[in-house]
Design a protein around this ligand. Structure first.
Ligand code: ADP
Ligand code: MG
Length: 324
């Protein structure tokens, strides 16, 4: 194993020319010049080994995911991601590991024109913390509080495959060899919906990214907006792999994955009925499923109707680090 010093490691893997910053990595602080007329959207996410990922995960996939979860937060706000900071505790300075991590991180950063402008590097139990800064035209950010009775509830992509992969690793379900890669990809290589978030400004009344499961995350929109919702289970977009479990002995687990599986990084958003055509066009342009899954109501609470129109009596709980 090639072990590097702290500064060799930063220089070799994390010091890149900053294209959209006045000053990037290398000084005591980065210097940024925000676009006039925009607000800064700032968010931070921590990934802890053994908690958010397996310690022996492919480092390139981890590099991708560490940034992807942050880009997803920008998408949920309708903000364009611009700058990132990376704070990492590493058990050792293994050049091969850090190199692969950096490849995954920068491939995604480059795809969205995000500059890594700083960070902190220390020895310790594997833990990665990315701070992201984005820009959004003043007053136009997508918030959780804007859902109104009569709005439709939409979700992007498909739900539950990432949770299904995790359930497989925990031996709660057995995925076949031809099923695992698709679910693993959802878990390890989530595609942040940045373009969707950008295009939803002016269309969506509220938005959130589904990192902790649909029920819990939509619940945040409902709480913030002071409204309720009814969802149709039959409408929830899912893979054939999940659908098959939903119809069989593993229905309970499949319901958990679909309704409360974390790590989906899709957007859940609300929009008035008149926006349906625009949203259909958007789905075509982005080549991304945008599915209407229910509606917002005045009455509080969340109701999910099953395939027969009956309300589910219990809903799976959202993921909570201190309860889960
Ligand atoms: P300071 O001691 O002033 O906090 P450091 O010596 O920790 O600075 O870091 C030196 C430079 O390298 C700083 O510009 C810092 O932002 C950057 N940096 C440190 N670690 C990382 C990292 N993992 N990714 C990107 N930049 C980093
Ligand atoms: Mg300093």
């Amino acid at each position: 194993m090639e072990a590097l010093s702290e500064f060799e490691l930063i220089d070799r893997f994390f010091r890149r020319p900053a294209r959209h910053a006045v000053l990037g990595v290398g000084d005591d602080a980065a210097l940024l010049a925000p676009t006039s007329g925009c607000e800064l959207a700032v968010s931070v996410d921590m990934l802890v080994a053994g908690r958010h990922f397996f310690a022996d995960v492919d480092p390139e996939a981890l590099g991708h995911k560490a940034l992807a979860v942050n880009l997803s937060d920008m998408a949920a706000m309708g903000a364009s991601p611009r700058w990132a900071l990376l704070a990492g505790a590493l058990p050792n300075a293994d050049a091969a590991w850090v190199g692969a991590f950096a490849r995954g991180f920068f491939a995604l950063a480059d795809a969205y024109g995000v500059d890594l402008v700083g960070g902190d590097t220390t020895k310790g139990p594997l833990n990665l913390c990315v701070t992201i800064l984005g820009e959004v035209p003043a007053g136009q950010a997508l918030r959780r509080r804007g859902a109104r009775p009569g709005d439709a509830v939409f979700v992007s992509g498909r739900l539950g495959d990432a949770a299904l992969a995790l359930a497989h690793h925990r031996h709660r379900v057995i995925l076949a060899a031809d099923e695992l890669p698709q679910c693993e990809r959802a878990l390890l290589r989530p595609a942040p919906r940045v373009e969707l978030g950008d295009r939803l400004r002016g269309i969506a009344t509220a938005a959130i990214d589904i990192s902790d499961g649909l029920v819990g995350d939509l619940g945040h929109i409902l709480d913030a907006s002071g409204v309720g919702a009814t969802l149709e289970l039959a409408a929830l977009p899912r893979s054939a792999i999940l659908n098959q479990r939903l119809a069989g002995d593993e229905r309970g687990l499949a319901l958990d994955c679909l309704l409360a599986g974390g790590d989906d990084y899709e957007l859940c958003f609300t929009a008035p009925a008149r926006a349906a055509a625009d949203i259909g066009t958007l789905a075509e342009q982005l080549d991304l499923a945008l599915t209407r899954i229910g509606g917002i109501e005045e009455r509080g609470g969340l109701l999910v109707r099953d395939e027969n129109g009956q309300a589910l009596q219990t809903l799976p709980a959202a993921f909570d680090h201190f309860r889960g």
